[in-house]
Design a protein around this ligand. Structure first.
Ligand SMILES: NC(=O)c1ccc[n+]([C@@H]2O[C@H](COP(=O)([O-])OP(=O)(O)OC[C@H]3O[C@@H](n4cnc5c(N)ncnc54)[C@H](O)[C@@H]3O)[C@@H](O)[C@H]2O)c1
Length: 246
């Protein structure tokens, strides 16, 4: 494995994937909307090379452009990791159509378009795709409509892509994180009247007794994208410190 595209690698789980891959001398194309954070990630002194590009994954052409840019940068593609995601919370009657549409575009359509654009180059290298779902695919919560629906759709999409692309030598898997300490949840914590109390309540429901760190999820993603997972495809693996088991 020498060259991987990480879509959403500027912060959080994606950034931890970029770091782990580059530490292992893998070249990374980092596609993200947040070029400041992506540039910061790119400045980390690690053996793998990195190229960054600004891509808004809500735009239908963005996945194809990102795949083309990754191929132009490194000449081959061994993996595509999609961690970019959008979460809008609102009461059911107030849930705005543009928020529904953008969430679906970023969280489900873009991963599908990545698979469409990357299938041929990944088939050449025996490469692999890893998508990022959520425990929200398996349990409901208030105000989480488009997000939960999109993450549930990713679990189904993963299976169909795995069936279609398996015979071409391309594996497709999905990781479903629980509560991970990244900027993703900042809007949620800032909405809470007592953020520290709310965090303590969340943590009390997690059997391992803490939120996950980005690296806890990145370890699984990097394993899934690589040759150690050669017989693993179509799976959605929950990484939640035991939350859904409790
Ligand atoms: N943090 C959690 O608790 C948690 C829990 C379950 C699932 N997840 C999922 O994990 C994934 C990664 O989340 P994270 O926690 O690392 O969050 P994060 O906010 O740190 O990272 C998300 C990245 O995606 C990028 N991004 C967002 N919209 C984009 C767009 N339209 N185009 C291009 N890039 C875009 C952001 O700039 C950012 O770099 C998401 O799909 C999220 O749904 C996170």
């Amino acid at each position: 494995m020498t060259s991987v595209l990480v879509a959403g690698g500027a912060t959080g789980i994606g950034r931890a994937c970029v770091r782990a891959l580059r530490a292992d001398s893998v070249d990374v194309y980092l596609a993200d909307l947040n070029v400041d954070a992506a540039s910061e990630a790119a400045r980390e002194d690690l053996p793998g090379r990195v190229a960054i590009g600004r891509h808004d994954l809500a735009e239908p052409d963005a996945p194809r452009d990102a795949v083309a840019a990754a191929l132009a940068a490194f000449g081959r593609l061994d993996g595509v990791i999609v961690t970019a995601g959008l979460h809008v919370v609102a009461p059911v009657e107030e849930y705005a159509l543009p928020d529904w549409d953008r969430t679906m575009a970023v969280n489900v359509r873009a991963p599908f378009l990545f698979a469409q654009a990357a299938a041929a180059p990944l088939a050449q290298t025996g490469g692999s795709i890893v998508l990022t779902g959520s425990t929200a695919a398996f349990r409901g919560s208030r105000g989480t409509f488009a997000y939960a629906a999109s993450k549930g759709a990713l679990v189904s999409l993963t299976r169909s892509l795995a069936v279609e692309l398996g015979p071409r030598g391309v594996r497709v898997n999905c990781v479903c994180p629980g509560w991970i300490d990244t900027p993703f949840n900042d809007p949620y914590w800032s909405m809470q009247p007592d953020p520290e109390g709310a965090l303590a309540q969340v943590v009390s429901r997690i059997p391992v007794g803490r939120q996950g760190e980005p690296v806890d999820v990145a370890g699984l993603i990097v394993f899934l994208v690589g040759p150690g997972a050669a017989y693993l495809t179509g799976q959605s693996i929950i990484v939640d410190g035991g939350l859904l088991s409790a």
